[in-house]
Design a protein around this ligand. Structure first.
Ligand code: NAD
Length: 470
């Protein structure tokens, strides 16, 4: 439906800089309409009080509609954010679909508790939905992150108002359409596309919203805490950015394998992954051989047209974002803090698009912004460490704490190092392997929410005690 004031915004594809859609530009008025619809739907109980088996059926139908329309969803995602079409087909769409099916299958298998009380009481502890959830989503994996929020929130009986990123509204709208077709009752899922300050802020401040689940930047995450504090004190969970380090110890078993995983871990999705392994902290004796391999990996990964099935490195999300990434690299390479080993230039496989060569720098100063700040592009910084102890200090030496990896052939050493890394996920001798069964989120500036796994149900429910006198 159109925005209340009839305004639209242009959705530009980073593939070639062309406008691919005009999208309703949501404002406070639209947010208010959506929140009230969500509130009514929650209060009437059709969804919130439905038998979990009924919610499961609807969510499973939704998952199978995603299967049926998978090509369309993949095309939308690829055109909207520049993901290579093969990744959109093989990763984005199936992951979103599997997430919805996973929570559908889980929800009729979650039990409550009976608290240990005396013989004169029966105290039941059960989970209840929170009410209206505001979900605010970034542009880097629109389908997957949207599914991570919607599936547990809806499975537990909440209503949702979803605000996709202004750069990537298309797949969210298509997903919601399929949800309605699958049988989500009216008002249970509402999408308000639009900009952060025009639609995101009113959602964060709305007094009928019970909880905000946010994924995005640190700065905006903190704004949501402020919005909550200045409105109704709603709950907020935050999945924020990262500057994830690989700690490569001198006894790593297979340097080629490590280099491959490190290369994929930073250049996949053009580095626009919150947990991208954007730093390598490597013991001195291995700096040269590892850097050589990473440079070779970067040279082989040539940016290509996202619409081509053979492309592995697509576009960055927008020309504006590309300018920001390029500026950070120029600043780093132009000062004393870093040495450019490969890349650092724009590419143009499709005229008008937003492309960049995979870039590797050797970082000489741990305080350099290229080490400390999230770049969110295909840019890897290598840091030298004297020994494992120094490597741990460097790895923990940023504000972020989303993910990390340890590479060592000694499993005891690897575990000892992993224990001391402050991060929500630590991989040992691998990178970026995950499952819906494992929680995902961060510590420190990376936030405090957890998506995925049964633990995500905690984010969308409260524990209710019913005390019966016997
Ligand atoms: P962003 O914070 O700029 O935007 C995220 C969302 O917030 C968008 O929907 C945007 O419209 C909205 N928003 C922006 N300004 C707002 C405001 N003033 N008030 C209310 N809403 C506002 O982030 P982005 O650029 O879209 O995404 C990139 C960031 O997301 C990176 O920092 C990345 O690391 C992070 N991220 C984190 C995870 C994770 O799980 N930890 C996953 C993916 C992305």
């Amino acid at each position: 439906m159109p925005a209340a004031d009839g305004r639209v915004f242009e959705d530009v594809s980073p593939r070639d800089g062309r406008v691919i859609a005009e999208v309703a530009r949501g404002s406070a008025e639209d947010v208010d309409l959506a929140v009230r619809a969500a509130r009514r739907a929650f209060d009437d109980g059709t969804w919130a009080l439905a038998d979990p088996v009924q919610r499961k059926r609807v969510l499973l139908r939704w998952a199978s509609l995603i299967d049926e329309r998978s090509e369309e969803l993949a095309q939308l995602e690829s055109a909207d954010v520049g993901h290579p079409i093969t990744d959109a087909r093989n990763v984005d769409v199936p992951n979103a679909r599997n997430c919805i099916a996973w929570y559908a299958e889980a929800i009729d298998k979650v039990y409550g508790e009976i608290a240990p009380t005396g013989a004169d009481a029966l105290a039941l502890v059960g989970r209840e939905p929170l009410g209206v959830i505001g979900a605010v989503i970034p542009w880097n994996y629109p389908l997957i992150i949207t599914a991570w929020k919607l599936a547990p929130a809806l499975a537990t009986g909440n209503s949702v108002v979803l605000k996709p990123a202004e750069q990537s509204p298309l797949s969210a709208l298509a997903l919601a359409e399929l949800g309605a077709e699958a049988g989500l009752p009216d008002g249970v899922l509402n999408v308000v596309p639009g900009f952060g300050e025009e639609a995101g802020e009113p959602l964060g401040r709305h007094v009928l919203v019970d909880k905000i689940t946010f994924t995005g930047s640190v700065d905006v995450g903190r704004r949501f805490l402020r919005y909550a504090g200045e409105s109704n004190g709603k709950a907020v969970s935050l999945e924020l950015g990262g500057k994830s380090p690989h700690v490569v110890l001198a006894d790593v078993e297979d340097l080629d394998r490590a280099a491959d995983a490190i290369g994929w871990g930073i250049f996949y999705n053009a580095g626009q992954t919150c947990h991208a392994g954007s730093r390598v902290v490597v013991e001195r004796s291995l700096v040269e051989p590892l850097a050589e391999r990473l440079v070779a990996f970067a040279r082989e990964m040539v940016p290509g047209d996202p619409a081509e099935a053979s492309t592995t490195l697509g576009a960055l999300v927008s020309g504006e974002h590309l300018d920001g990434v390029m500026a950070r690299v120029s600043r780093a390479a132009g000062g004393d803090g870093a040495r450019l080993l490969v890349g650092g230039s724009r590419a143009e496989p499709v005229p008008g698009g937003a492309y960049m060569e995979p870039t590797v720098l050797e970082a000489l100063d741990a305080a350099d912004p290229i080490v400390q700040e999230e770049v969110f592009g295909p840019v890897l910084a290598i840091q030298q460490a004297d020994d494992a102890e120094h490597a741990i200090a460097l790895a923990n030496g940023t504000g972020y704490g989303l993910a990390a990896a340890v590479w060592s052939s000694n499993i005891t050493t690897a575990h000892r190092v992993a224990r001391r890394l402050r991060a929500g996920t630590v991989w040992i001798n691998t990178f970026d392997i995950s499952s819906l069964a494992t929680p995902f989120g961060g510590v420190k500036d990376s936030g405090h929410g957890r998506d995925r796994s049964l633990h995500a149900l905690d984010a969308y429910t409260h524990l209710k005690t019913t005390w019966v006198a016997l």
